[in-house]
Write a protein that binds this ligand. Structure first.
Ligand SMILES: Cc1cc2nc3c(=O)[nH]c(=O)nc-3n(C[C@H](O)[C@H](O)[C@H](O)COP(=O)(O)O)c2cc1C
Length: 348
């Protein structure tokens, strides 16, 4: 309530020129709050919905509830404690790249409020793996699972992509409960080509081997590696992804990232980038259903794309998802949506 009646209007006013200003305004405040346990507690009391019935173990990780924050909100890990206090069951942080990079030119986020949608072409702006790891070593770690999403730096040539991913993985290893290999952002040239069978196989083989190597050095169990895929893949391409994931010991598939399609927008636009929010839901759901049917429980699936309330969440679980994530609805609706979904799941 407070979010829609007060915080969101202030953010919209502050960001009349560029919606990204609203994002930074909010993240800066959440970063500040993250240092004060009493403030975190206040946020938690107002927002979190705890119930033992919502907890689950997926790919060897314990989740207090199945509603996660999707990749891209906290790219640099500046506000994880405050975001966790909003009631999420887990957070996917990042996407982080080996090298610090500014991302694409602004403006690069566009609101389509009438359709509950966004188009973004951020291009992975982030502080780089070294700086992020340094920051995390000084910040309190939230009690919920944190997965770091890793991607390829723009300056890195395609043929050196693997080393780029491995570098970030090594740097963030101690701060992560799982990793997501992001090969599905439409905003880094060539990134989605890494979803093709052979490059994907090489990349995932290397990443999984690296986690195994690190864990045998440390005497721990290897951190689960997940893959996040695009909604624009054909069925044949999805079949290839499934084959590679099964062969390489991938522990989860996140479906989906943003789409290049523009169906569902009522206003015509020529803005480049990935579309998220309500118009994406049907396609993401279709992919989650296909993945779950084909995988038949061999690898869990995390459903993401246009989840705006309990009904959308329920359809993802009915399609076979083990966990869900939200991004755009969190921006439009505020943290209340997490509680609303969890409450309704708890009743069923
Ligand atoms: C502004 C913006 C930035 C994003 N950045 C990332 C990112 O860095 N890494 C990533 O894996 N996904 C990123 N995403 C995609 C979301 O994680 C999610 O997959 C997608 O938006 C669909 O979910 P939604 O409809 O709930 O937003 C971003 C989405 C938006 C809108």
């Amino acid at each position: 309530m407070l979010y829609k009646s007060l915080i969101r209007p202030v953010m919209y006013r502050l960001s009349a020129g560029d919606p990204e200003d609203a994002h930074h305004w909010l993240m800066d405040r959440l970063a500040w709050i993250s240092h004060y346990p009493a403030l975190l507690k206040t946020i938690e009391v107002a927002n979190a919905y705890n119930s033992p019935g919502l907890a689950r173990d997926v790919f060897g990780v314990h989740f207090p509830n199945p509603v996660g924050l999707a990749g891209g909100v906290d790219k640099n890990g500046i506000a994880l404690p405050a975001l966790a206090a909003m009631g999420f069951g887990f957070i996917e942080a990042g996407t982080v790249t080996r090298y610090a990079q500014p991302g694409n030119e602004r403006p690069r986020i566009f609101r389509f409020s009438e359709n509950d949608a966004l188009i973004n072409r951020m291009g992975f702006p982030n502080d780089g793996a070294d700086a992020v790891a340094k920051r995390l070593s000084r910040l309190p770690r939230p009690s919920i699972p944190i997965g770091w999403s890793i991607g390829k730096s723009k300056v890195t040539p395609q043929e050196e992509a693997i080393e780029d991913y491995l570098y970030s993985l090594r740097k963030l290893h101690d701060f992560s409960n799982f990793f997501t290999v992001n090969v599905s952002s439409p905003n880094t040239p060539g990134l989605r080509k890494l979803q093709d069978k052979e490059p994907l196989d090489r990349l995932l083989h290397a990443v999984v081997q690296e986690t195994q190597g690190i864990s045998s050095e440390k005497g721990t169990t290897p951190k689960p590696v997940l893959v996040k895929i695009a909604p624009d893949l054909t069925q044949e391409q999805i079949d290839d992804v499934i084959e590679v994931c099964l062969a390489r010991g991938i522990r989860g598939i996140i479906a989906t990232n943003t789409t290049l399609a523009r169906e569902g927008l009522t206003r015509s636009t020529s803005e480049a980038g990935g579309l998220s929010g309500r118009p994406l839901h049907t396609r993401s759901l279709e992919i989650v259903r296909y993945l779950c049917q084909t995988l038949d429980g061999k690898i869990p699936v995390i459903g993401v794309g246009g989840i705006f309330g309990p009904d959308d969440a329920r359809s993802m679980f009915d399609a076979g998802a083990s966990l869900i994530q939200i991004y755009t609805s969190f921006i439009y609706e505020g943290p209340g949506i997490v509680k609303q979904i969890n409450k309704s799941l708890d009743k069923k």
